[in-house]
Design a protein around this ligand. Sequence first.
Ligand SMILES: Nc1ncnc2c1ncn2[C@@H]1O[C@H](COP(=O)(O)OP(=O)(O)O)[C@@H](O)[C@H]1O
Ligand SMILES: [Mg+2]
Length: 302
Amino acid sequence: MVEHTQRARLDYVNTVFVVGSGKGGVGKSTVSVNLAVALAQRGASVGLLDGDAYGPSIPLMLGVRKRAASQGTGAVLPLAERKEIAPEKKLQPLLRYGVKVMSVGFFIGEEQAVAPMPDVLGLLIRQLLYSVNWGELDYLIIDLPPGTSEPQATLCREVQLDGAVLVTTPQDIARIDTSKALTMFKNGNVPVLGVIQNMDGFMCPHCGERVEIFPQSREARVQLDDLPLLGRIPLDPSAAAYSDKGYPAVVSMPESPVAQALVDAAEQVAASAARLKRVSAADEKEKGDTEEKAQTEDERED
Ligand SMILES: Nc1ncnc2c1ncn2[C@@H]1O[C@H](COP(=O)(O)OP(=O)(O)O)[C@@H](O)[C@H]1O
Ligand SMILES: [Mg+2]
């Protein structure tokens, strides 16, 4: 078992969770963006960190461009340091739909063909947790790149994550890849809150009915199906069209089944994270009580 005593707790945020999957293109960024906006619409203060340097899509999905983020300083990040940074020296996140947004893509040329070394990416993400002026947050959502190596490993090792949300599609291969991500989080002692199944059925633009596209899989269900299903989001072509123009479904088409499913999923995620917090607080208390009791007994024996 890996030793986790070194993991840093981010004291400015109540709940930090990552959105991950083993595979690209399943809708992680779409889910991250809509969860963030839905939570902000419920009155929470929310930060969203796009950690995908290979295809940073969150700036696009929220209609924020790198140029708008340029603030002169800040481009040189002290990657190896973890000390406190004065608030005035911190990077300002962008504010969109009530969500504070930062992207690793802002530090990497948009036309740059070569992505940074994967372990550097882990350090960059970690550093953005400290050098961005997030303020006090109820939730910080980190949208991860696909896969199960870096930067996930660095992040799991160095930061106390409260939970992971896995995104999958109903296709077998996506589920198999997602089960790899599940193993990675389990090995890293990151509690998995559950699975959001995206592109689950198709909203037909002609008849408005929901159509099942993929055969329901029987493989690779075992591990995943033990987890709570936090939401089933249908595929809706107009959601994709809006999303690519910078308007997330929960903002641009709030009455649609896809937006409703995303809002429900946000509620499930919030409830599940809160439950987990209560359990771990109770565990801590019990541990404290037991230690105290043992101490009193020791004293009595003396
Ligand atoms: N439920 C959905 N309905 C319609 N389009 C979707 C849905 N989920 C994702 N998409 C589209 O699929 C593409 C990939 O989604 P994205 O969120 O970028 O995936 P990932 O972050 O996992 O690579 C995007 O063009 C996005 O707009
Ligand atoms: Mg993405």
